[in-house]
Design a protein around this ligand. Sequence first.
Ligand code: PLP
Length: 451
Amino acid sequence: TMITNHLPTAELQALDAAHHMHPFTAGNALGAKGARVITRAQGVFLTDSEGNEIIDGMAGLWCVNIGYGRQEMAEVAARQVKELSYYNTFFQTTHVPAIALAAKIAELAPGDLNHVFYACSGSEANDTNIRMVRQYWALKGKPEKHILISRRNGYHGSTMGGGSLGGMKPMHEQGGLPIPGIVHIGQPHWYAEGGDMTPEDFGLLRARELEAKIKELGPETVAAFIGEPIQGAGGVIVPPSTYWPEIQRICDEYGILLIADEVITGFGRTGNWFGSQTFGIRPHIVTIAKGLSSGYAPIGGSIVCDEVAEVIGRDEFNHGYTYSGHPLSAALALENLRILSEEKVVDHVRDVAHPHLAAKWAQLADHPMVGEARLVGLMGSIALSPDKTRRAAFAAEEGTVGLITRERCFANNLVMRHVGDRMIIAPPLVITPAEIDLLIERAWVSLDEAA
Ligand code: PLP
């Protein structure tokens, strides 16, 4: 029999468990319970195989910025496949979608970030970045400048390179990560680690770990620092206001390239086109993916400043992917950027975030289970806590209460993710005030049930 939406859910789940290995999932446990089968999606809503309508508070994996099921995207995809389904950009050929998209990204990106190297995902783009910054310094006659510094509890992807840049302990415990030449410093997570310090002092303290690490290693060995403007997968950790200016000062002073990983924060999430603008960061390289195409097709890349692009261009860069700048992905990304621009979605993010969502999100901090509520644009987190006066953590195994809360949300037809005992949201950027109200309503009910 054909496997379609019309098969009974249990049959689909059994086939899924038998043949499909899920990322970041204990597959054997899944077999017993079965994964929820998502069959359709429109706007901010998912529909499952039982006909439930689920509000997607995570925009898929933080990527569906323009919402699901846009007709214009379907039409662009059909047109592009008929016109040029594939061609590569390796050996002195190019094509219009890759050209047009790079030009558009250069126009949107701040400063002299005028050049795009394409990948198919954020992980791949960060692998590109590792090789690119090392090649940059090698071409400048400093091959010993090869170390990349990143943060514990940062997330930069799941490949050997991306997973190594990331500072996720559970990932480092599997598969031989991190690879050599990557070192980690502390994260600017004041709520969990700031103790009695003010957030501002703690932000400076954590930024100055970079300076100490550069001095310890010797600036002549350090190629680059990489960080997410707001840590996403680490729990939507908004750094103190002092953090990024100090990081910028240190990178400038020691001649270290600064890479902003904007896979989540790019393309409107924080209320500006780029999170670097929200936090006043001037990166040499920006990692992009996710919201670049709103997840309609896989695409990622590195936006590169004039100086780095000029140096890299001096020699053959022995690097690239079959699908770098894939015409279908590039055409969809371009249409996505047209929609974001013409519908003024970035302005909409600011308009719905403040005061509408911000006020309701802040109210969540009054819930007896909630210790803090943070929001920048449409990226938010709440910390679950048994004692909000002390920023205490639950005594139960780390993450248990978060997991229970997430499961309550899911049962109440709301997708909200948990990272340990932090609950996070990043809904499609086109979410309306009425849809925000529904999201918050379901979050309250779920918190009450989990308490
Ligand atoms: N960088 C950041 C900041 C991310 O959040 C992610 C994914 O969540 C990645 C990189 C990896 O992107 P991908 O899953 O497309 O490889």
